[in-house]
Design a binder for this molecule. Structure first.
Ligand code: UN1
Length: 507
């Protein structure tokens, strides 16, 4: 395991850090098992309350220094981080693949997303624009500016163990914030590797200790963050259940949240679709990352006139899928994250059958040589009715539900019928259909695509969704505004003090 050595991480690690300093903590042990072969790859100590307090103190004092660095200077640090990630892309990509279980190509792709967001943030650091507006009063100027918030808490999920952090952090940093990262307890080693890369860049540039902080643990540590009034913003990626609990806690103290929660993404396959192209989009969307992306394609809504044809193409394609070690490039589908995920997958299959679903590609757990971890499962396809409860539920596994439709209105209604609202797509060469899908009466999701699948969003756009997906936006476009506070300024450069709204106040 050369990549572990090359990333300068050890299998036993303190997991709490404020940058270059690693803090002693007496929290419980977090064990990281790779789903690739089931072996224990790291033991990390969770952050205890004392270490957590030390981290928050350090972050708070770092903010007082960091906010005074000019934004383009902060951008320069992020640029160097991007360079360092380029140099470490292969090793970090391998570690992501090994600890999380996604394919090596996807592991590298994830690091590429980190690099891309760094580039984006560097440009952003010379922008962060506010507006100017005209005052109703003479000799007055009105404008708005954006200031940093302070400490940003980042809670990230196992499925994108490094990229989710970077979408938040790179933007938060150029905005002038400091960050405390709580990664998923299922992928602690990836976070330690990233923290070491960051710490090297920071040390060279004398960035104060506390700008990049790392804490480890389960939901207890998440609760410390969500209740902490010293942390004005929490950005959290994960399950809807987690998001609801977190949002309640943060709202109770009138803090801010950016939530990126579950998805139940559908592709509408119209009778006007290029079916071969559609097939590729559906396939990658449904089985990529073994169905463990928020943007994974979970439902196909297929026009009745092409239903049988497309179904047969799909079944044929599924028969060719190679399941196995994700580090070997010939495999398409790696393992699920752990055995709990396997249980949830099996449970969903059972529920689907009980509710009347018919599996045309059966699921099951892989056994035998190469599958000893017990985490490898077969991507499967079920024919369902759109209103079956299981179809409205996000199961983080490669289970694809397919259903026919007659009219586009009906297809859009089915697509919008679920509680989640992250990503959506239509496959059609018909302009009217495409525009109807993108219109006010079309998809209700945060992401709506035409002739590409639901997964694989680029960092340049704002990423996130509606309804139970949480409403937050991360990454590109003007998502940066959520990491700052807006201040409206009015300056009187005249010799009188006229009041607004025509009020006079004379003594
Ligand atoms: C996620 O699964 O949390 O669109 C995010 C995609 C990736 C992001 C997925 N860029 O698939």
């Amino acid at each position: 395991m050369d990549f572990i050595r090359l990333l300068h991480i050890e299998p036993t690690n303190m997991g709490t850090s404020t940058g270059n300093e690693w803090l002693t903590s007496y929290g419980s042990e977090i064990q990281s098992f790779t789903p690739v072969n089931g072996s224990l790859i790291a033991t990390v100590t969770a952050t205890d309350k004392e270490a957590y307090e030390a981290v928050v103190h350090k972050a708070a004092s770092a903010f007082k220094i960091w906010r005074n660095w000019p934004a383009p200077k902060r951008g320069e640090i992020v640029r160097q981080l991007g360079e360092s990630l380029r140099a470490n892309k292969e090793n970090l990509g391998k570690l992501v693949s090994f600890e999380m279980g996604k394919s090596l190509q996807e592991g590298m792709g994830e690091v590429q997303e980190m690099i891309d967001i760094c580039d984006f943030a560097v440009g952003l650091s010379r922008q962060l624009y506010g507006l100017t507006m005209h005052s109703e009063r003479p000799n007055h100027r009105m404008y708005e500016q954006w200031h940093p918030l302070g400490i940003v808490g980042i809670i990230s999920s196992f499925n994108f163990p490094v990229a989710v952090w970077s979408w938040n952090t790179a933007i938060a940093w150029v905005c002038g914030n400091v960050c405390i990262w709580k990664p998923s307890e299922k992928t602690p080693l990836c976070s330690i590797a990233v923290q070491k890369i960051v710490a090297d860049v920071f040390a060279k540039n004398h960035v104060p200790e506390g700008v990049s902080c790392l804490v480890q643990g389960d939901k207890t540590v998440g609760e410390w963050l969500s209740h902490d009034t010293r942390i004005p913003l929490i950005s959290a990626t994960g399950s809807t259940r987690m998001g609801k609990a977190l949002n309640t806690a943060v709202a109770a103290r009138l803090g801010k949240c950016i939530l990126e929660l579950g998805g139940n993404n559908a592709i509408i396959i119209s009778q006007h679709a290029d079916l071969d192209m559609a097939l590729l989009g559906c396939l990658f969307g449904a089985v990529g990352t073994a169905g463990q992306r928020c943007t994974t394609t979970r439902r196909l809504i297929i026009h009745e006139s092409v239903y049988e044809t497309f179904k047969n193409k799909l079944v044929k394609a599924y028969q060719q899928l190679k399941i196995g070690n994700p580090l070997q490039p010939e495999n398409h589908v790696g393992p699920l994250i752990d055995k709990t995920a396997v249980q949830l997958y099996l449970h969903a299959i059972e529920q689907c059958q009980q509710q009347g679903g018919k599996f045309i590609v059966p699921g099951g757990v892989m056994e035998g040589t190469g599958f000893e971890s017990g985490c490898y499962v077969k991507p499967c396809i079920a024919e369902v009715q759109p209103n079956m409860p299981i179809v409205h539920h996000e199961t983080f596994a490669p289970i694809l539900y397919i259903m026919p439709y007659k009219t586009l209105d009906e297809a859009i209604e089915i697509q919008n019928q679920v509680p989640q609202g992250l990503s959506s797509a239509i496959m059609t060469l018909n302009l009217r259909e495409a525009e109807a899908f993108l219109s006010h009466a079309g998809s209700d999701c945060g992401i709506a695509n035409v002739n590409i699948g639901t997964s694989g969003a680029e960092i340049g756009g704002a990423f996130g969704g509606e309804k139970e997906t949480g409403g937050g936006r991360e990454s590109g476009s003007d998502a940066w505004k959520a990491y700052m506070r807006r201040q409206t300024n009015t300056i009187n450069w005249g010799t009188q003090l006229p009041l607004a709204q025509g009020i006079t106040f004379e003594l």
